[in-house]
Design a protein around this ligand. Structure first.
Ligand SMILES: [Zn+2]
Length: 263
């Protein structure tokens, strides 16, 4: 059992720990703004690894395997800004509304998360205050800066999904998710459908909703910005070669999809 409890009168993150937000290529000029909610798997030292075994931290439950690598290469290829979260989704999920049932999960896939059981409101608020909000405030600040300078923007949320979930294999190589505004997703789907042999999920294996998502509804839909959530299957981007291949592939298609939309 995890018997480490953060003293809520103290900061959750110590001064020598990573900041919650990483911004790559901050001067990037692309209209495409890349974000990665599940790129990192850091855990505040005060939380004692949440009582979760080291082997579990290698798995998809801790983070979106491969997506930090894809995001970095893609940011460089597009000259786009990439804003990503450094802390694990098991600490607080940065693509869930704070307070929602899966924001700080007691269980992830089939793995219990002892350090998330029985948290006080103050425990939950500390995670939101120090990890969730700084990340989303950074995205919002970037979007506000672009609005004020009249800069065209599309929001691209990068994720990866496990090839096998609760024992079921998944055939899709890549999936595009969206909810109220399918504009950019449709353009990108059209381009992906022309790739021979590629199995593309159209709002599969997940969908975007207000209860299971935060980034697209809040930063994309509410501002009326074109957006898409891209999920890549993790076995395809597990190594540097796969990450480069997928980043270069998306770097060719995303500007085309955005240009089609503008036209
Ligand atoms: Zn994700």
């Amino acid at each position: 059992m995890n018997d480490v409890r953060h003293d809520v009168t103290q900061p959750l993150l110590a001064a020598d720990e990573p900041p919650p937000v990483a911004v790559y290529n901050a001067g990037g000029t692309s209209p495409l703004l890349l974000v990665a909610d599940h790129a990192g798997r850091a855990v505040p030292r005060a939380l004692g690894r949440l009582g979760v075994a080291p082997s579990e931290w290698e798995r998809h439950i801790a983070w979106d395997i491969g997506i930090a690598g894809v995001g970095g290469i893609l940011a460089n290829a597009l000259d786009a800004i990439l804003i990503q979260q450094n802390y694990s989704r098991l600490v607080i999920d940065c693509n869930r509304p704070p307070g929602s049932p899966t924001s700080i999960p007691d269980i992830s896939e089939l793995t219990p998360i002892p350090g998330n059981v029985g948290l006080s409101d103050a425990d939950k608020e500390a995670r939101a205050r120090e990890i969730f909000w700084p990340y989303h405030q950074r995205i919002e600040a970037e979007l506000e800066h672009r609005r004020q300078s009249g800069r065209a923007t599309a929001l691209i949320a990068l994720h990866s999904f496990t090839p096998v979930f609760k024992g079921a294999a998944r055939a899709w190589h890549v999936a595009l998710l969206y909810n109220r505004d399918p504009r950019l997703a449709r353009q990108l789907l059209t381009l992906l459908e022309h790739q021979p042999g590629l199995v593309v999920g159209d709002n599969q294996p997940y969908v975007v909703s207000d209860t299971t998502d935060y980034t697209i509804p809040v930063h994309g839909e509410r501002h009326g910005l074109p957006h898409v959530l891209i999920e890549i299957r993790q076995d395809l981007i597990a190594d540097a070669g796969g990450q480069r291949q997928w980043a270069e592939f998306l770097a060719r298609l995303l500007p085309k999809a955005f240009a089609e939309l503008a036209a």
